[in-house]
Design a protein around this ligand. Sequence first.
Ligand SMILES: NC(=O)C1=CN([C@@H]2O[C@H](COP(=O)(O)OP(=O)(O)OC[C@H]3O[C@@H](n4cnc5c(N)ncnc54)[C@H](OP(=O)(O)O)[C@@H]3O)[C@@H](O)[C@H]2O)[C@@H](O)CC1
Ligand SMILES: Nc1ncnc2c1ncn2[C@@H]1O[C@H](COP(=O)(O)OP(=O)(O)O)[C@@H](O)[C@H]1O
Ligand SMILES: [K+]
Length: 514
Amino acid sequence: MRILTKEEAKFIDQWAPTKGHLPLALLMENAGRGVAEAIVTATEEENRSLDVVIVAGKGNNGADGLVAARQLEEWGHEVRVVIPCDDKSGSPLFQQQLAAIEALEIPVLTLADGDVFEAADVIVDGLLGTGLQGELQGPILELLDRMEAHVDTYPDTLLVAIDVPSGLNANTGAVAEGTLGMDLTVTFGAPKQGMCLYPGKSYCGEIIVKGLGFAWETALLDESNEHFPTELITAELIDALLPEREPTYHKGSNGHTLIIGGSDGMIGAPLLAAEAAVYAGAGKVTTVVPSDCLRMLQTKIMPEVMTGSFGNLLHLRMHSSEKQAVAIGPGLGRNEETTTLVKNFMTTTEVPLVIDADALWALGHMDIVGHEFSKRERPVIMTPHLGEFARLTGLTIDSIEANRIEVARQFAIKYQVVLVLKGAPTVVASPDGLVAVNSSGNEGMGTGGMGDTLTGIIASLLGQGLEEVEAAMAGVFLHGAAADFLYETRHVGFMPSEVARQVPYIMTEVVGSE
Ligand SMILES: NC(=O)C1=CN([C@@H]2O[C@H](COP(=O)(O)OP(=O)(O)OC[C@H]3O[C@@H](n4cnc5c(N)ncnc54)[C@H](OP(=O)(O)O)[C@@H]3O)[C@@H](O)[C@H]2O)[C@@H](O)CC1
Ligand SMILES: Nc1ncnc2c1ncn2[C@@H]1O[C@H](COP(=O)(O)OP(=O)(O)O)[C@@H](O)[C@H]1O
Ligand SMILES: [K+]
């Protein structure tokens, strides 16, 4: 599913009345009606006339609220409007909609009018949408404080945001001081990027997407649009990506995946990756570890996985030849000899490659090795968490977190790699500038080995014939969705190996494939 930045929303806004021959007021009419419909649907069980307070700022977000007010009144609900201050200035459309509200004698109040929220069943936040700048202040902040106080006293009041909760940065998901957590956010066209990122994601409540009355994707195809696309990874998307199996397929058709990793004391990491690759459907899986770890691996690993050992570059090249996918890094350790060896291997091989954990460490700074990857025919997949990514780029973790989508996008374009930047949420960036934000996963996944499992799943899908970016997107979604299934009964204490075991069921039941 497509998600939108505020710049893209603005582009649509400008395209519609010019190239699209669609007046902005028409889009607003659809948006406002969408809000009214969502409110009626959410309160359907009560099936009675509602007392609705529309809190409207003076931009187009407020104007949407005024349309909703007009619509709800027509449907027989008791409606009043609250505006931040009495001066009644605002965007041209705000002023036009306000004139209509006044002509219809719908009450328009300010905070000076006392307890404006008294007896409200529904409070609608139309203070600020994608036009938010900086921190909240003045009467807007005061109104939000009063809304919060009312909802604290009357928790049954339904709190509905128009487009985004006021104070939420529609691009980054950052929230200004004073932003309120909503029951429902009714957004237009597509979710805004910041609604899919933390902390903003936690402030939206249920997200309902309402149409603008035209296929806005057409606007973004305009040649003057220079924004790179961002998507949300959902079950529907993954369903379309997963490899289909013909009745005649055999183990040779489903890819041979190789996992390179392990060191003394960290044999579990490649084991978890290899077993996850089996659960994700690989035709064959082989794991190779340093010779002194082989015996230990063999006593622990599931019988479906083949094993071997390596000690030099020739071994790594030999093991990786004729494999459909290779993942390198889980549990490798960081001694100098291994580091040099795997770095040489990674920068010279052409096999489909997933680079994780200590193999990322071995690369050092991306500016030094990145040009080797950009020469490849097929991009490598890199799967760093924030700490590993900070080391690869020299950026601070805070600066990555504050803008993970754009940082990931620039990295993938610059080095021509598929980047899986792990975290909450994980984002997948591809060399052509597309970024996909994962919608699955939960805090129960903060357990050692969870990343190794992801690496195995991605490598398995890559070996089964998915393109790099497809394997990365499908892998992160399945991994998170498997953990979400376990989260339903346990919020902590589920293990990476259990997540892996759940993956085939997710592939079958949730995604609906196979
Ligand atoms: N995309 C589409 O196709 C469609 C989009 N639509 C709608 O348009 C909305 C965007 O409208 P928008 O551009 O008018 O901006 P909006 O969010 O109302 O904010 C601007 C106002 O906020 C104020 N303000 C800003 N920061 C502030 C702060 N920190 N603290 C206090 N005040 C602050 C700012 O004040 P100023 O800086 O002008 O003094 C100005 O008055 C979008 O979210 C959606 O609802 C729909 O109609 C359907 C079609
Ligand atoms: N709060 C969370 N929400 C969603 N996913 C999470 C959360 N915490 C961890 N994860 C996921 O768990 C995995 C952890 O990977 P990583 O840090 O590499 O673990 P390890 O090195 O122990 O294998 C990543 O896929 C990450 O996205
Ligand atoms: K709002």
